[in-house]
Design a protein around this ligand. Structure first.
Ligand code: NDP
Ligand code: NHF
Length: 327
């Protein structure tokens, strides 16, 4: 029996920067295709559909959800709109692939999980790196204690962003700011490597032009495992992740979305000074889409997403109250 449904037809909501990448990823995934794209305006919907070879360009997101030729929805909107449209998609009996960050609060993320479960549809957040073969290998290595006893995790995620006016990343009302936008990657990696929620979190942000543009955080896990997170929009692409153990340390670069035309790398440094390089081929987004439209349980990925949302919420509380927050 195939682990993939015969053919899953995706509708896309939103026509932003990342959409064209994911549309191409869906179109090139076995068992998936894009049948419709919805925009706030008919002009943009039609232009986008023509440009990217999508059969239907639709004005208004709700109309997409009423279509019979859509089985799953990819939601590519500013973060404050993720909850509303994911839940509406689930209630319309469509599977949900929602961009990161899943939502702007743990309660809203849990509501997506509940709506999908009540409607018998599947959901994933579009956090591509989790699905790369490299990440799955890290999880196995950590499980096998390849690095010895874990002592520290470090995650740095930054992009140099010369913002254009109106960018949702600068608008707190749209879920903007790097605590959610980039903290999702860094906090998510810490949760992934630790395999659990932290016991406590302390975070600080730097606000520039009305939005958080830098984030620094400390996380404390059980058994004296600690993590440091550093995110920002003010330095050139910096996507380093490190897992340090009693015997060796794992370092990897280009973490969030390794380009498809070059291998994803990592290095293991041991106490004697030797360095081992590993390379992984593979297309993380296609693997992610196949998991969504497949039949394997997604509970562990849901837990990862909900825990990441909880870490972000704890960081937001810590920033607001200027105190260490216990989870
Ligand atoms: N997985 C990844 O690697 C990446 C993920 N992302 C995530 O994808 C999502 C979208 O980001 P990005 O593509 O940069 O966003 P854009 O600003 O480029 O696009 C967002 C789209 O949302 C729609 N929209 C609806 N209401 C609003 C509003 N009030 N303001 C702005 N746009 C609105 C618009 O589509 P329309 O007008 O057609 O309806 C717009 O094109 C975010 O959650 C972001 O975090 C971003 C980059 C990479
Ligand atoms: O997820 C993301 C990765 O790339 C961007 C930089 O262009 C981020 O801001 C974004 O939201």
């Amino acid at each position: 029996m195939s682990d993939i449904l015969d053919e899953v037809r995706f509708g896309v909501i939103g026509t932003g920067r990342i959409t064209r990448r994911l549309v191409a990823d869906i179109q090139s995934t076995d068992g998936a295709k894009v049948t419709a794209i919805a925009s706030r305006t008919s002009e943009r919907a039609r232009w986008y559909a023509d440009q990217y070879g999508i059969p239907n360009g639709i004005e208004g997101y709700a109309k997409m959800l009423a279509r019979d030729d859509v089985d799953a929805v990819y939601i590519s909107l500013p973060p404050s709109m993720h909850g509303e449209w994911s839940i509406a998609s689930a209630n319309a009996k469509k599977h949900v692939l929602c961009e990161k960050p899943l939502t702007v609060s743990l309660a809203e993320s849990e509501a997506i999980d509940q709506a999908c479960s009540e409607n018998g549809v599947r959901w994933l957040d579009a956090t591509g790196w989790l699905h790369h073969e490299r990440s799955e290998t890290f999880a196995r290595w950590i499980q096998e204690e390849k690095f010895g006893k874990l002592g520290h995790i470090s995650a740095s995620v930054s992009f140099y962003q010369p913002f254009q006016s109106g960018d949702h990343r600068l608008d707190p009302a749209l879920g903007g700011g790097c605590v959610l936008d980039l903290g999702w990657y860094a906090g998510g990696f810490a949760r992934f490597a630790a395999g659990q929620l932290p016991e406590a979190v302390f975070a600080e942000q730097v606000v520039i032009d009305g939005a958080a543009q830098k984030l620094t955080a400390l996380l404390w896990f059980a058994n004296n495992l600690t993590a440091t997170l550093s995110c920002g929009y003010d330095t050139a692409t910096r996507k380093w992740f490190e897992v340090a153990g009693s015997e060796s340390s794992l370092i990897c670069d280009d973490f969030t979305r390794p380009w498809n035309d070059r291998p994803a790398r990592c290095w293991i440094h041991d106490a004697a000074g030797s360095v081992e390089q590993h390379s992984f081929e593979g297309h993380q987004e296609r693997r992610m889409i196949r998991k969504l439209i497949g039949t394997e349980p997604l509970a562990a990925l849901h837990r990862q997403a909900l825990d990441t949302q909880q870490i972000i919420e704890a960081m937001q509380t810590s920033i607001e109250q200027k105190t260490k927050v216990t989870l």
